[in-house]
Write a protein that binds this ligand. Sequence first.
Ligand SMILES: NC(=O)c1ccc[n+]([C@@H]2O[C@H](COP(=O)([O-])OP(=O)(O)OC[C@H]3O[C@@H](n4cnc5c(N)ncnc54)[C@H](OP(=O)(O)O)[C@@H]3O)[C@@H](O)[C@H]2O)c1
Length: 244
Amino acid sequence: MKLTGNTIVVTGGSSGIGKELVERFLALGNKVVTCGRRKERLAQLRARFPDLSVFTCDVSDEAQRKAFAEWVGVSHPAANVLVNNAGVQLVMDFTRPLDLGRVRSEVETNFIAPLHFASLFASILAKKEGAAIVNISSGLAFSPLAFMPVYCATKAAIHSFTLSLRRQMRDLGIMVYEIAPPAVDSELGRERWPKGQSSHGGMPVPEFVAAMLKALEADLPEAAIGQAEGMRAKREGLFEAMNH
Ligand SMILES: NC(=O)c1ccc[n+]([C@@H]2O[C@H](COP(=O)([O-])OP(=O)(O)OC[C@H]3O[C@@H](n4cnc5c(N)ncnc54)[C@H](OP(=O)(O)O)[C@@H]3O)[C@@H](O)[C@H]2O)c1
């Protein structure tokens, strides 16, 4: 994938990987559009980067996804790259009564939103030079952690969906990439960390994003970064060791 001269839509740019992607893509000479729920975070980012376009949007809501895609189509018709990055990670205990609302919200954010965006953006991206969709899965797509079962299942679904999407988008000239991150030291799942803890020892966000951009530039359709590479290679064989 060409890393400069694009108009790139990154979902979930208000923190972590998405925020770093926004900054790196801008620095590389791209136009960048991003969205998230936290309006003040997006406003802070825009204050630092006046060329950045931001849109407040909850991607777990169908109407808001449509509104975002429509707005991009009108305001940024040159958009040629979509990065499906926004995601949440919830702990769930299936031995207790289940809160289906939490399940639906995680599945809607991590799985339904990326696939809906792929279809909403297909006509915007189609036949453009350098057209691409980048889906963010996880090493946990291949070797799940049992205390976050739905999260891992959504990422496994993203992996499978990406294989099919790549085939379907071929005739529209849209390249489809999958990036599987390892544990990255972002804000993901931070709400369950002990008070005062600011890192879980994962890969630093800038290091991960540098590796991700290198993989995209090398045009690898699917890249597992850092420890995710071993998880992808060993798959469920790692399950016992990881959940010991
Ligand atoms: N960090 C890791 O260890 C790791 C490993 C593998 C894969 N990943 C994946 O990497 C992606 C980015 O996560 P991250 O690590 O950068 O976590 P993060 O720091 O928590 O960032 C998540 C981003 O997604 C946005 N988001 C979440 N729910 C949203 C919603 N309903 N509507 C709109 N935006 C929403 C958040 O914005 P708002 O809160 O402002 O809405 C935020 O900008 C996710 O898909 C995650 O699953 C992360």
